[in-house]
Structures are given as C-alpha cells and as structure tokens.
Design a protein around this ligand. Sequence first.
Ligand SMILES: Nc1nc2c(c(=O)[nH]1)N[C@H]1C(S)=C(S)[C@@H](COP(=O)(O)OP(=O)(O)OC[C@H]3O[C@@H](n4cnc5c(=O)[nH]c(N)nc54)[C@H](O)[C@@H]3O)O[C@H]1N2
Ligand SMILES: Nc1nc2c(c(=O)[nH]1)N[C@H]1C(S)=C(S)[C@@H](COP(=O)(O)OP(=O)(O)OC[C@H]3O[C@@H](n4cnc5c(=O)[nH]c(N)nc54)[C@H](O)[C@@H]3O)O[C@H]1N2
Ligand code: SF4
Ligand SMILES: [Mo]
Length: 712
Amino acid sequence: MTELMLKYFRDKQQKAQTESIYDTQCPYCSMQCKMQLIEQRVITRKKHKTIGKDNPTSQGRLCVKGMNAHQHALHHDRLKQPLRKVNGVFEPTSWEQAYQIIAEQFTKIQQEDGKDALSVYGSASITNEEAYLLGKFARVALETKHIDYNGRLCMASAATAANMSFGVDRGFTNSLQEVPHTRCIILAGTNIAECQPTIMPYFEKAKENGAFIIAIDPRETSTTKLADLHIKNKPGTDVYIANAVMKILIDLDLLDHAFIQERTEDFDDVREYVSTLQLDTLAENAGVSLDDLYQMALVFGRESSGMIFTARGIEQQINGTDTVRAFLNLLLATGKIGKPHSGYGAITGQGNGQGAREHGQKADQLPGYRLIENEQDRRYIANVWGVSPEHLPRKGVSAYEMFERIIDGEITSMFVMCSNPVVSNPNANLIKKALKQLKFLVVTDLFLSETAKLADLVLPATSYLEDEGTLTNVEGRVLLREASYPIQGEAKHDWQILCELASILGKKQYFDFENAEAIFEELRIASKGGKADYSGITYQRLRQEKGILWPCPDTRHNGTERLFEESFAHPNGKAKMAAIPCQSNLSKPAPTEQYPLFLTTGRVMSHYLTGEQTRKSPSLAARDFEAFAEIHPDTAAKYNIQPNSLVRITSEQGWIVVRSRYSSTIRKDTVFVPFHWTENQNVNRLVADQLDPYCKMPGFKMNVVRLSPIDG
Ligand SMILES: Nc1nc2c(c(=O)[nH]1)N[C@H]1C(S)=C(S)[C@@H](COP(=O)(O)OP(=O)(O)OC[C@H]3O[C@@H](n4cnc5c(=O)[nH]c(N)nc54)[C@H](O)[C@@H]3O)O[C@H]1N2
Ligand SMILES: Nc1nc2c(c(=O)[nH]1)N[C@H]1C(S)=C(S)[C@@H](COP(=O)(O)OP(=O)(O)OC[C@H]3O[C@@H](n4cnc5c(=O)[nH]c(N)nc54)[C@H](O)[C@@H]3O)O[C@H]1N2
Ligand code: SF4
Ligand SMILES: [Mo]
C-alpha cells in the first residue's frame, strides 16, 4: 500500500469514528422515503447530511426536500419548552404547569359550555399510533364528539369516492411494482414530479415500456411534460371530461361487458345519463378539444391494461367526490381493476395520509375504518377501550365546519396537534377570527407556527428524527419509522403528551402506554376485523419484512398487494357505478366581470404545505423564497401586470399580494398560486367556504379572482 493510500484509509476511518448514523423516514410526502441522518463531529461543531436508504417503495432515492429535511429539524427555532401566553406574550413554563393549566381550563370550559365545547384538530403527519391515540383521547379522555383533522382538506373526496364505488379506500389498489407494466396511464390533477418526486422512475419506466400517458391539468408542469397527451382543461371541469370519455367508450363499444355484468352494478344508470349529454358541449364546458377526448377514450379503451391516478387537482373541488367517481366509472366500465397492471391510485399526500385516515381521527370514524354511528362498531371499540358504548360520543363535524361552530359559539376550546389551520383552511380570515375567539387554544408543534402564535399554550413536540412509530405510505404499505435522535430540549412525543395529559385528566387507565409499540399492539386489536385490518402486523415483522400492505388479518398473512382480484368490498362483492351529474347541486364559482379569472392553488417542489418546516430550511427557502402567481403573459398584459412585479389578487373572501411569474403554458383564463406562505401571501384568504356535500372537502382548486398591479 502506498503512503497516499494509507493516508486515505486512515482519514476515512477517523471520519467514520466521529460519525453517528440515525435511521428514519422523510417527514414530508407519502413516499415515506427511508433515510439516514449522518452526523459528523468536527472538533466542537456538528455537520449533518441526509442520505437515502434502500426500501421497496423509494428504492433508496430522495428528493431535494428529503435531503434537506434535517435543516428544519435541527433549526434553532425548534420549540424546546412549553410556552404560556401571559398578557399577550409567550413565556416558558414547565410541563407540570402546562398540564395543570390545560386540565383546569378544559374542566371549566366543559362545565360552562358542555362536553362538546372542546374540540380536537389532528393531522396526517403524525404516526398511526398517534392518530389512533388522538381519536381515543377525544372520545375517552375529553368525551367530546368534536374531532377532525387536516386530511379532510386533502384526500377526503378520493376516500369517500373509493368507499362508495369499491366499498373500501386504500389509496392505491396495487403496488408500485406494477406501474412499469401498464399500457395506459391517466394522471388526473396530479403533479407527481414535484409532489412525489421519487415515484417518477416507476412512471418513466412505464413510458420506456411503451405506455401511453395522459395528463389532465390546466397548467403545464414537470409531470405533464411526461405525458403523450396533455389535456389542459379549465379548473373544476374534470367531471365533463370523464363523462365525455364514458360516452365515447359506450358509443364505440370499448367496454368490458363481462366485467360490467359480473363485477359491477348500476352501469345502466351511467349509460342512460351520458346518453343525454352532447359531446361538443362537454368539450366546450371543459375548455378542451373533442379530438383530445376521443384520443383519451380510444387509447384507454383499447389498451389491454390501464391505471388511473387522481390527486388534489380533481379532488379538492366542491364536487370532488363526484368527479373521482366519474373516473372510477371509466376503470369499471373497461374492466381495468382487480387484475395485473390495472387499477386506481389516489396519490396520497402527507407522510401518513393513508394510515391517519383509518384509525379514528375523522369526525365519523373509529379505528380500522369502523364507523362511529354503527352500533356494532361502537360496541367493538368500546370493548377494546374498556368503556361502555353509550359513553362513546356520536359523530362530530368536519375540519372547516369546526371553525364555523367556533364562530357560532358552540365550540369554545381547541387542541391542535401537528397542523397549521390558519394557513391551510379555506377562508383563512375566518379561521383566524375563530381561533382568536376561543376561550382556550392549545397547539403542539415543532415551531411557533401562525396557528401556534394564536394559542394560549404551545407544547413542543418531537420530530421525525426523534419519534418512533408506524406510517402507511402511498401504496398502503405500513412502515416502521425507527427514530432515535436525541430529543431537543424538553420536547415530548405527541403520543407521550396525550398519555400524560389523559393521566392528569383522571383517565390514566386508558392511556397507560410505555412506548409507541405498546400503542400499536392496542391498535392491532382495535383494527382487527375492520376494513383496514392491521392485526397481523407487528413491529418485529415490519423490521424484518420492510413494510406490509394492509389488510393483513393475521401474523402468517403476507399482506395484500392487489385489491379486488375476486370481489369488491361491498357486502354483495360488486362495485357500484353511478350516474355522475356534470352540474353539482352547489353552484360553482363562475368568472364574472368583477372576478374574471379562475384561481387554482397547489404546490412547488421545494416547499411543503404551509411551509412552516421548509421555509426554515435555507437550501429549500433559497429555491422559492416568496409566493408567486403564475400568469399567462397575455393575461398579464390585459391587466397591466409586469413580470416579477407585485400583484394584488382579490376574491370575494379577501386579498393577497404576491409576485407575478409569467408562464406561457398556463391557460389564459387561469392563475396559479402555491399555498406555502403566510399572512398577506396566504392564498387561502381568497378561497371560498363551500364544501363538497359528501365529504366536506373545500374547493381549493377553483375560485374566481381579479388581478391588479401594485403601483410603484
Ligand atoms: N413539493 C411538495 N410535495 C408535496 C406536498 C407539498 O406541499 N409540496 N404536499 C403533499 C400533500 S399533503 C399532498 S395532498 C400532495 C398533493 O399533490 P398534488 O395533488 O399532485 O399537488 P397540487 O399541486 O395540489 O395539485 C396537482 C395539480 O393539479 C392541478 N390542478 C389545479 N386545478 C385543477 C383542476 O381543476 N383539474 C385538474 N385536472 N388539475 C388541476 C394543478 O395545476 C397541479 O399541477 O403532495 C404531497 N407532496
Ligand atoms: N389553497 C390550498 N390550501 C390547501 C391545499 C391546497 O392544495 N391549496 N392543500 C390542503 C392539503 S392537501 C393539506 S394536507 C393541508 C395541510 O395543512 P396543515 O396540516 O395545516 O399543514 P402543515 O404545514 O403540514 O402543518 C403541520 C404543522 O405541524 C408541525 N409539525 C410537523 N411535524 C410535527 C410533529 O411531528 N408533531 C407536531 N405536533 N407538529 C409537527 C409543523 O411545524 C406545522 O406547523 O393543507 C390544505 N390546504
Ligand atoms: S418529500 Fe417525498 S419524495 Fe421527497 S424525500 Fe421526502 S418522502 Fe421522498
Ligand atoms: Mo394533502
């Protein structure tokens, strides 16, 4: 060995000796990429980097957000002590005192205003164990019916549609391994390239293998660039497209009659309804060409296999449930589900967007996808929890509706865990007003978020680096996030906060858990026999098998890769089709002289949701440091908006000021603003408060606005 080589190995060994490696998963999207934080001690300083780790879903890949996630988790702004507001100013307090204040306030408020005056607002960025425990905390420790969570703003319409059509909702009916082999892919309102970047190789591989890809989006994005056909529709008109394609499939007889006959019901209703529709009117309403719709129908109908993926573009609409169902009708009519390389995917959003919607955080739900209004389900869960079924509250209202109840005076206190509703809910001005009106607001967060700033008490929580637990990824694969980084300051795990608080509230016997695994053991029993059955999953299996797809009803069961091979989850085993009206009962916003343009909202690659985390990361903030409005140059000229200038956007709900960004590829009648910024840049100040009647999803993706330049 030469001297130089010896030196190289010596240096490498020395470096390794000063390194600590921590396994974890990315805190952001539903890909839940496995990763490692490498901490290197250099004299007295610590240097960090995050690298990907192999696993069946993300296969070792990371995107720019994952690579930089440690920058927010290790940021000096992390909350390290409970904070209490005294005369409008936060001051540090002890956990004992914080718990004491909460117990006093909650008791007083329930005595004065009734049990349901307390409300709980949860999240799909917490673990399954925490989501499960939060539902139990609301019902057993607080005995309130009011609990809902941020997933209501996210996947509620896709979940409701899948339940209605298939009888169960698991975001993806197949595993990602099948995507490269499908022949035709429809991407309806999803921007996977920016929102689930590490999923892309599955789709790129499909394309290499000859799949035809159709994207439906009012904008050109990195995702639509992958497509062979980009249908650039008007926001909120996807139901016209799905119904038009159905009509063409029927007219040209590109149907799977045997599948329709044996595996579905109510196709005749669909046939009858679409026969009343005119193709050219549908195309005109959607603002697209009839040729494109024919091409979509011909390719999808003729190919031997196909998959449809939807995301928030078509789901976050006041007819989101209907719109998704119209797309599911296409899969069912062509028999492209329940068989190899064919299926449906509602691309899951948050890290635990799937698991957190299964175990009881929803207003109408109990663990394992059980229903709080179903007597048998109530008895089962009451028995697991050791309470009497009569003591379980009934169903409450959805996320946004809770804020309306605050304004009405029915709810007077809220406990928020891991969410920033002031920035993420529609009609943001009302949300702020509602939270200010509360008698008592508690927030658990990593940072002093916009919402936490309004709280009376803020509790510091641990992050993805420190908090172990399970999360269920985009495929429906349950993963164990091992997280062992030293806890910062006095922060506590969210589950730990719930257990300790329940204990102060006199409910210790129901919340006596030593660690996340002990909670999971109870969740296994609570989910047993439910639609989302986790009872066969254990931490030990998750460590060995690197994730298991639910349902997994016993410990010898391998998990379920593909759903609906033999039957759907409705009692008669059939999928339910339905005639989906183009016009919903609610009147959608339509451009007027005063508000002539469509506004649609969404995301950029480098930021995550309300931006509370990614804006703390210098590498990510540098990519996009302020909100912007994507505007077509012709539209900008019409309203006298210069490029890169400040523009005021006004809707009936309010106004914001953001920077203009010209885009010659967006529709001329549409502007796009991402929602990762706060205050005067918070686009949710513009979003109206109408909700989808089935699932209470707000219409984030279609509003009407006007633009005006800011002088000077
Ligand atoms: N970088 C990044 N990644 C994320 C997130 C993030 O904040 N940042 N958030 C995560 C979460 S929680 C979620 S829910 C997912 C969201 O993932 P996506 O739903 O893919 O993201 P969005 O940008 O909200 O919307 C997707 C696309 O819908 C289009 N669109 C808007 N209106 C319409 C319409 O009326 N019809 C159609 N067909 N398309 C429309 C938009 O132009 C946009 O390109 O991403 C997850 N991943
Ligand atoms: N206009 C518009 N609005 C939208 C959308 C849209 O497309 N357009 N999309 C909607 C969608 S899909 C979603 S999912 C929602 C998301 O909306 P929110 O849930 O409000 O968004 P986040 O930014 O994830 O908020 C999470 C908060 O919890 C904190 N946090 C992070 N990790 C932890 C933890 O482990 N424990 C605790 N206690 N706190 C933690 C973060 O610092 C942050 O303040 O927004 C919705 N709002
Ligand atoms: S943001 Fe999503 S794709 Fe990117 S590293 Fe994190 S989990 Fe993976
Ligand atoms: Mo989401």
